[in-house]
Design a protein. Structure first.
Length: 159
């Protein structure tokens, strides 16, 4: 299984991108380890103050989509060949518009001149819109997202 990067592939390969957001789909569940050491599968973000660490996400059919420590192929599009490999180092769940300046930087925003949180957020809104257009996942709908923290493991060979 791979993770598709269209708008931000260069940022990932340059090492500027350490996060990616994926929409929470109906039926998704998050596996958490609670502060008391227990584990359970829960509806993601249903209880945003739930204490615990998300270790995996599964779809409604039970397939594990993402898991801490797992590696995934990086692809430019569906059916395209792998161009790199990355590891999931963290998972959290939040509303899309909760993104802050540090998150935008981790999404690959490149600073030109003075650092400006408003410009950075506007840039990310544009990236999101280019990927999701209008519709159910539009920025304005402030959907729930999984924030995947990623580490690039293998860059493509430059030849």
């Amino acid at each position: 299984m791979g993770l598709i990067f269209t708008e931000t592939l260069d940022a990932l390969l340059d090492g500027r991108k350490g996060q990616t957001r994926r929409v929470v789909k109906e039926g998704d569940e998050a596996h958490i380890v609670t502060s008391a050491g227990g584990t359970q599968w829960v509806k993601p973000c249903a209880d945003l103050h739930l204490q615990g660490t998300i270790t995996a996400v599964r779809s409604k059919n039970g397939r594990i989509k993402w898991a801490l420590g797992r590696t995934y192929a990086v692809q430019e599009g569906r059916g395209k060949p792998q161009v790199a490999r990355l590891e999931i180092t963290g998972i959290r769940c939040e509303h899309l518009q909760s993104i802050n300046f540090d998150d935008v930087m981790a999404e690959g925003y490149r600073i030109f001149g003075k650092m400006d949180a408003v410009k950075a957020r506007h840039w990310y809104m544009g990236v999101w819109h280019n990927i999701h257009k209008k519709g159910v996942f539009a920025w304005e709908n402030n959907v729930l997202v999984f924030v995947l923290h990623v580490k690039l493991l293998k860059k493509p060979d430059i030849g």
